[in-house]
Design a protein around this ligand. Structure first.
Ligand SMILES: NC(=O)c1ccc[n+]([C@@H]2O[C@H](COP(=O)([O-])OP(=O)(O)OC[C@H]3O[C@@H](n4cnc5c(N)ncnc54)[C@H](O)[C@@H]3O)[C@@H](O)[C@H]2O)c1
Length: 372
């Protein structure tokens, strides 16, 4: 198969959808890999690093016009809509339930659109979102520690303390992938860590894997109020699948925090779980409300493209190989996880939540595949 790798043109996006290591694996499977000039630069992969493993370098027009399977990181932006066409399979993060113009462009173009974020295992895990949550969780504690320093507007507290001086208190709301990874880094820095969760099963699991090194408390309004008041750093990491994040921390709770404390709202991409949160960017990551520094960067992994690009390719490559080796129709017939990723096929919306979100017609994937 002819596999293209497009350069991202969305602002502040430095990731690329395939590493040279991934390109070599695809070459070894007998496929042609065509990488847009400069696509890997933001992740420290120059064009030569792809050429050395047998990939070709092409212009933006060549990539979009000749590829059968096109790999991207972010959803196409409006300038790319005219490039969508029948005969092309696009594999990327799409998030189209929140983007009606793109949904219509995908439907009208006849492109096959497979979304990373809706590939789903039978147990409900999202294997192509997980690596970004791991990164965001780890960055959350790192960013929190940094903005607690006095020169960056913080209280002037070292999270780990020193012998004879107490460590800082970190409260993590939501103990899923983000929360667990935030806890691992905060523990590594030497902080005192509390996780508030509402799933007892998840807390039992965290108890096992963190072997008693964190306090695990049932999440409730009362508990959040008292934990937040004592904290130096609060990390918001809740997720209710398919819904906007609940506003668990009110402005009054923020006002009750210590001056110069820090909140990191990782759930900001789902609307945020602090009443006082609004999205920020890597170039202007923080603002202050009620004396508390807020870090609410909506695309945290974008700040570490070298790590994020490698983590993304590690997770996507098996699915890319399946599509390339078998063709999309056979690949989704063989793998229900990948089938969940198909959002649009042959002008039909095949992912129910997307159709519902826009009041458009939903056609089950099996029906589209069965059509002559
Ligand atoms: N800002 C970024 O760059 C970035 C990057 C990756 C993920 N995220 C976001 O981070 C959030 C967490 O993602 P995740 O992968 O860890 O999800 P996850 O499903 O693994 O974990 C979410 C956890 O929140 C818990 N939860 C739900 N309601 C709660 C409540 N009221 N109190 C306490 N816990 C509660 C759930 O039980 C679950 O364990 C999501 O909103 C995700 O979109 C943001």
């Amino acid at each position: 198969m002819k596999i293209g790798v497009a350069r991202e043109i969305k602002s502040d996006e430095y990731r690329v959808a395939l590493t040279p290591a991934g390109a070599l694996e695809l070459k070894n499977h007998g496929h042609d890999v065509l990488v847009e000039a400069g696509a890997g630069e933001g992740s420290a992969f120059d064009d030569d690093s792809y050429v050395r493993v047998g990939a070709q370098i092409g212009s933006v027009d060549e990539i979009w016009e000749t590829s059968e399977l096109l790999l991207k990181v972010k959803e196409p932006v409006a300038a790319e809509y005219p490039r969508l066409r029948a005969g092309l399979t696009l594999f990327t993060y799409l998030h189209i339930a929140a983007d009606e113009p793109l949904t219509r462009a995908l439907v009208e173009s006849g492109v096959t659109a497979v979304a990373y974020e809706t590939v789903e295992t039978p147990r409900g895990a999202l294997p192509l979102l997980a690596p970004m949550s791991e990164i965001a969780g780890r960055l959350a504690s790192q960013a929190g520690a940094y903005f607690l320093e006095k020169p960056f507007g913080g209280r002037g507290l070292l999270l780990g303390g020193v012998p004879g001086v107490a460590p800082g208190r970190v409260v993590i709301i939501g103990g899923g992938i983000v929360g667990y990874n935030a806890a691992v880094i905060a523990l590594g820095l030497g902080a005192q860590v509390t996780i508030l969760e509402r799933s007892i099963d998840r807390m039992r699991h965290l108890e096992e894997i963190l072997s008693g090194r964190v306090s695990l408390l049932m999440s409730s309004s009362l508990q959040i109020t008292s934990s937040v008041a004592d904290a130096d750093l609060v990390i918001g990491a809740v997720l209710i699948p398919g819904a906007v994040a609940p506003k668990l921390v009110t402005r009054a709770m923020i006002a009750g925090m210590k001056t110069g404390a820090v909140v990191v709202d990782v759930a900001i991409d789902q609307g945020g779980c602090f009443e006082t949160s609004h999205p920020t960017t890597h170039s202007d990551p923080v603002y202050v409300v009620e004396g508390v520094t807020h870090y609410c960067v909506a695309n945290m992994p974008g700040g570490v493209p070298i790590t994020a690009t490698k983590a993304l390719t590690n997770a996507t490559l098996p699915y890319v190989e399946a599509i390339a080796d078998k063709g999309l129709r056979n690949a989704v017939a063989a793998d229900p996880e990948l089938a969940k990723g198909v959002n649009v096929l042959a002008g039909k919306i095949t992912y129910e939540a997307v159709a519902q979100a826009h009041g458009l017609e939903y056609t089950p994937l099996a029906d589209v595949l069965a059509a002559p």
